[in-house]
Design a binder for this molecule. Structure first.
Ligand code: FES
Length: 286
C-alpha cells in the first residue's frame, strides 16, 4: 500500500465516522423534537460525508494505472500456471484484508443512516391517539403572550385582538405545542355577543377566544375583521363569526373554530375556564 492509498484510507474513514455522527445527530434531534435546521444539518452531514467517502474511494483507493500484458501464443506449463493463480489469490486476499475495516465502517455508516431514517418513517403513521388535535388548555391556565408575559384585560381595547397561549407552555422548548395552543383573543362589545346558552359566561366583558388553527387545513386564522366581527383564514378564505361561537360564515371549513372558555380575574388577567370546546385543526388531524 503506497502513501496515497494510506492517506485515502484515513480520509475515507474520517468521512464515514462523520456520516455516522450526522445520522446519530439526526435521530437524536428527531427524538428530542429539535428544530428543522438541526435535523437538516444532521441528515445533510450524513449524506455529504457518504458522498465524500465515495469520491475519496474512487480517486485515491481504486487502481488507476493501465496494465498491459503481451499475449503469449504458447500455454504455460501447469506448475507455472498454478503458481501464478496462487500468487493472484494471495494478493487479492491481502488487498481485501487491508480494506476490510474500511468496508465494515462503510456498512456501519449505511446502517446508522438506515436507523436514522426509521424515525421520520415511524411518524408517517396515524397520529398517536389524536395527539395532533389536542392542546394544552385546561381549567385555570392563565393567558400569556408569545414571550410569556401575562395578557391583561386593560391592555386590550375593544376591537383589538391578541394571540395568546397557556401560561407555562411558551418558549423555545414548546414551539410545536404553541402552534396547537395559539388562540385569538378578541375584545368585542359584550352586548353584541350571540353565544349559545351553554357558553353564555365564556366571554367575560366581551373577551372571547378561539383556536387560531383553521378547521379546514390547519393554516393560522390570523386576520380579524373588526367591522363584521369575523376571523379570516388567508389560505382558502374560510371566515368565522366571532360573536356566535366561531361558526363558519364562508369558505371551505366545515366546522366552527373551537372556543376557549374564559374567566376574568380581579387582577385583570384572563384564565381558561376549561379546555377548548373541540379538537384543534382539521378533522383529518384527529
Ligand atoms: S386552511 Fe383555512 S381556509 Fe383552508
Amino acid at each position: 500500500m503506497n502513501d496515497r492509498e494510506r492517506a485515502g484510507g484515513r480520509l475515507a474513514a474520517a468521512f464515514l465516522v462523520l456520516s455516522i455522527a450526522g445520522s446519530v445527530a439526526f435521530a437524536a434531534g428527531f427524538a428530542l423534537d429539535a428544530s428543522t435546521q438541526i435535523l437538516g444539518l444532521g441528515l445533510g452531514t450524513a449524506f455529504l460525508a457518504l458522498a465524500g467517502t465515495l469520491v475519496v474511494w474512487s480517486r485515491m483507493l481504486m487502481p488507476h494505472e493501465q496494465v498491459a500484458d503481451p499475449h503469449h501464443p504458447l500455454r504455460s506449463p501447469q506448475p507455472l500456471r498454478d503458481e501464478a493463480t496462487a500468487s493472484l489469490e494471495e494478493g487479492a486476499e491481502q488487498i481485501v484484508g487491508r480494506r476490510r475495516w474500511l468496508v465494515r465502517l462503510g456498512y456501519a455508516a449505511l446502517g446508522f443512516l438506515g436507523l436514522a431514517a426509521l424515525f421520520p418513517i415511524r411518524s408517517l403513521g396515524p397520529s398517536p391517539a389524536g395527539k395532533v388535535g389536542r392542546s394544552n388548555w385546561r381549567d385555570g391556565l392563565r393567558l400569556v403572550r408569545e414571550d410569556g408575559r401575562l395578557v391583561r384585560a386593560g391592555e386590550i381595547d375593544t376591537g383589538s385582538v391578541v394571540t395568546a397561549f397557556p401560561e407555562g407552555f411558551t418558549g423555545r422548548n414548546n414551539e410545536n405545542a404553541m402552534a396547537n395552543d395559539a388562540v385569538m383573543l378578541v375584545h368585542v362589545d359584550a352586548s353584541a355577543l350571540q353565544l349559545p346558552a351553554a357558553r353564555a359566561d365564556w366571554a367575560p366583558q366581551g373577551f372571547i377566544a378561539y383556536s387560531k388553527v383553521c378547521t379546514h387545513a390547519g393554516c393560522p386564522v390570523a386576520l380579524y375583521r373588526q367591522g363584521p366581527q369575523q376571523l379570516f383564514c388567508p389560505c382558502h378564505q374560510s371566515t368565522f363569526n366571532v360573536l356566535d361561537g366561531g361558526s363558519v360564515v364562508f369558505g371551505p371549513a366545515a366546522r366552527a373554530l373551537p372556543q376557549l372558555p374564559l374567566a376574568l380575574e380581579a387582577d385583570g388577567s384572563l384564565r381558561a375556564g376549561g379546555p377548548l370546546s373541540d379538537a384543534v385543526g382539521p378533522d383529518t388531524w384527529g
